[in-house]
Write a protein that binds this ligand. Structure first.
Ligand code: C2E
Ligand code: MG
Ligand code: MG
Ligand code: MG
Length: 282
């Protein structure tokens, strides 16, 4: 019988699962090789202050260009990397690479911050805080320039373990963000206790933000909640001028999205940062 999970995962032959299981196993090998052979890349998407169009940061987004599979979305390979424990090394690579990159950009954009996505598996790793500080030391990037993005569902699934790590990192000066906010189940009480600095409103809400009525009211409520709790609020997935205008009217502090700037290769980012305010101010 096939054992479902755990490090000692054993796969016995079952005709119906053969192709899937084989692909799963070969994915593991491919992911290990990908890190070794440099098949991962990072793109960066600017975070823009909506009041004046100032670029305040860049979110690192991992890409995998596999010689055999072609482009593989992080939505598809991150869960596999987590399952096989490979996310620790892949996540550390993303952290170190993006920290070095942003430290370089800060010579021309001194206040630019870095947002990095972090898996729950990294968060609960006993050396996570050390690993983060190591990346910052390698890059020469101050901890205050870094915001770690954790999804709401990760924070809710590891409430105690996660909270300790978050407090430790906060104590070291690193900032914390709840990604995809509104899709999980954070209670208000839990949100108050968490040492977070930023909420990122999930793009599912923003997609309908140009409408009046309930959708807009929901976004307004998250913006007000962030204000009450003293948190930065970022709208992700801004795709058109109407959404942007609605968010500015609501007083949403920051935004990201294709309408402002697409995720971009590192070489193109400085030029995009210089032009970022044009999309906001028109
Ligand atoms: P996320 O952190 O919520 O990132 C936002 C996603 O929305 C990105 O997808 C981005 O390319 C996309 N996006 C940005 N603006 C728009 C827009 O205007 N419209 C639409 N439709 N989409 C937009 P991407 O790059 O495919 O990443 C997907 C997810 O993969 C991320 O969601 C994040 O959870 C995860 N991920 C990416 N890089 C890393 C990483 O280095 N480590 C970890 N653990 N997870 C990562
Ligand atoms: Mg994110
Ligand atoms: Mg998100
Ligand atoms: Mg997302």
């Amino acid at each position: 019988r096939a054992k479902k999970d755990g490090p000692g995962r054993v796969l016995a032959y079952q005709p119906y699962m053969h192709a899937e299981a084989l692909d799963h196993l070969s994915l593991r090998g491919d992911l290990q090789r990908a890190l070794r052979d440099g098949e991962f890349r990072l793109q960066y998407q600017p975070l823009i202050r909506l009041a004046d169009g100032k670029p305040v940061g860049a979110e690192a987004l991992i890409r995998w260009y596999s010689p055999t599979r072609g482009f593989v979305s992080p939505v598809d390979f991150i869960p596999i990397a987590e399952e096989f424990g490979l996310i620790i090394d892949i996540g550390q690579w993303a952290l170190e690479t993006s920290a070095v990159q942003v430290a370089r950009w800060r010579r021309d954009f001194p206040d630019l911050g870095l947002n990095v996505n972090v898996s729950g598996h990294q968060l609960v790793h006993p050396r996570f805080a050390d690993n983060v500080m190591k990346a910052l030391a390698i890059a020469g990037l101050p901890s205050s320039a870094v915001t770690l993005e954790l999804t709401e569902s990760v924070l809710m699934s590891e409430p105690d373990l996660g909270k300790a790590a978050l407090h430790q990192l906060r104590g070291l000066g690193v900032q914390l963000s709840i990604d995809d906010f509104g899709t999980g189940y954070s209670s208000l009480a839990y949100l108050r206790e968490l040492p977070v600095d930023e909420l990122k409103i999930d793009r599912a809400f923003i997609a309908r933000a140009e409408l009046t009525g309930e959708d807009l009211a929901l976004v307004r409520t998250i913006v007000e909640l962030a204000q009450i709790l003293g948190l930065r609020v970022v709208a992700e997935g801004i795709e058109n001028a109407a959404q942007l205008a609605a968010l500015r009217r609501l007083g949403c502090g920051y935004g990201q999205g294709y309408h402002l700037c697409r995720p971009t290769d590192a070489a193109e980012v400085p030029a995009k940062l210089l032009r970022a305010s044009i999309a906001v101010l028109g």
